[in-house]
Design a protein around this ligand. Structure first.
Ligand code: NDP
Length: 344
């Protein structure tokens, strides 16, 4: 069968595409341009390339997915802006996130009406941003579950002109609220799953050719490990992490698991901090000296303050999710960053 992946060139989408092809699916990817299409193909084996095709969707705020949904059996909707280069939070973050999500649901629903309900399942990349209540701070001892929802409002997002981090969080929670409203109101023949993950790190399919290939979360690691040995280690504000390969696995497991029920899944491997990354760099036997020489030492072993956790037992039980240890996530990523550093 054929699965549509939006944002096929994205950090997370790249692994979803790769794993779907390896499992024998045909993949249709949406990207914005031919250059992005080549980027996706870079990481895909010659054999698998015959089973991927592309549709250009230039701006998810305004463009339709009509062409993209033709003939597909399932959809994984990943595309959504995750960056903080924001001049107008509504235009740059909120509208593409929300309208893109609603549009793909509408276009899939419409397609199903004329095509014997061919599309069975739609998986949406949401975020822990749509779960966490930022006003409660680090909330030591609290464990977030699928029942928790961010209380942030659309208006707070529009107003967050000097706080793109909050605007991003609003874009994600409003997009996910729109998913569940759509399901309640339209009762489409397909079912959905939303996946809520915290900070995602890990290697990129095909590696990094230039710093432009770095997505927002991996940029945090790149900045740290190239900042200089005597630089201060920054504070960590979003303390939970998960490996990109586990995120991709979860999306595909949610696509395959059930076509009968609508589900929300929370995943997280554990805690992380910038200091922990610095410690991994300096203790690891696989990370090259060239990187050790430009990574801050900070205060080795310094603990983070206590903070909330995530209960991911539902995803573990229903989807069989397991978690790659943070040390491995970092080693695999930083080895690619070392290659990038050599190219500069
Ligand atoms: P990337 O920046 O790598 O990917 C973002 C994708 O969305 C790209 O394909 C981008 O296309 C596309 N996109 C953004 N805006 C538009 C637009 N207006 N029109 C068309 N396409 C657009 O980020 P990630 O892979 O990290 O993130 C992917 C998803 O995962 C997002 O939904 C994000 O919110 C979510 N997520 C990510 C986390 C993380 O830590 N990485 C944590 C939690 C959730 P282009 O490259 O052409 O701009």
């Amino acid at each position: 069968s054929t699965i549509l992946v939006t944002g096929a060139n994205s950090f997370i989408g790249g692994w979803i595409v790769k794993y779907l092809l390896e499992k024998g699916y045909n993949v249709r990817g949406t990207v914005r341009s031919q250059a992005k299409e080549s980027q996706v193909l870079d990481g895909i084996s010659q054999d698998d390339r015959s089973r991927i095709s592309f549709v250009y969707v230039n701006d998810i705020t305004t463009d339709s997915f009509d062409e993209a949904v033709q003939g597909v059996d399932g959809i994984i909707h990943v595309a959504s802006p995750y960056h903080f280069k924001v001049t107008d939070p509504e235009k740059d973050l909120l509208l593409p996130a929300i309208r893109g999500t609603v549009r793909i649901l509408q276009d899939a629903h419409q397609y199903n009406k004329n095509n014997q309900n061919k599309i069975k399942r739609v998986v949406i990349t949401s975020s822990f941003a749509s779960v966490i209540d930022p006003s409660k701070g680090l909330r030591p001892g609290y464990s977030y579950t699928e029942k928790d929802w961010s209380p942030l409002t659309y208006e707070q997002g529009v107003a967050a002109k000097d706080d793109p981090f909050t605007a991003y969080r609003v874009s994600k929670v409003c997009a996910e609220r729109a998913v569940w409203e759509f399901i309640d109101k339209e009762k489409p023949s397909f079912t959905i799953a939303t996946i809520c993950e915290p900070m995602v790190f890990g290697p990129r399919v095909g590696g990094f050719n230039s710093p432009d290939d770095l997505n927002t979360s991996n940029t945090l690691v790149w900045s740290l490990v190239t900042s200089g040995k005597d630089t201060k280690v920054p504070e960590t504000h979003a303390p939970l992490e998960v490996d990109v390969r586990d995120v991709a696995y979860t999306h595909i497991a949610a696509l395959e698991r059930s076509i009968d029920t609508n589900e929300r899944y929370l995943i997280a491997a554990g805690s992380w901090s910038f200091q922990e990354i610095a410690d991994i760099v300096h203790e690891s036997s696989v990370i090259p000296k060239a990187i050790k020489d430009i990574t801050p030492i900070g205060t080795k072993g310094q603990q983070q303050p206590d903070h909330f956790t995530i209960d991911s037992s539902k995803a573990q039980k229903e989807l069989g999710v397991t978690y790659i240890p943070f040390k491995k996530t970092m080693e695999d990523l930083i080895l690619q960053l070392a290659e990038l550093q050599k190219k500069l």
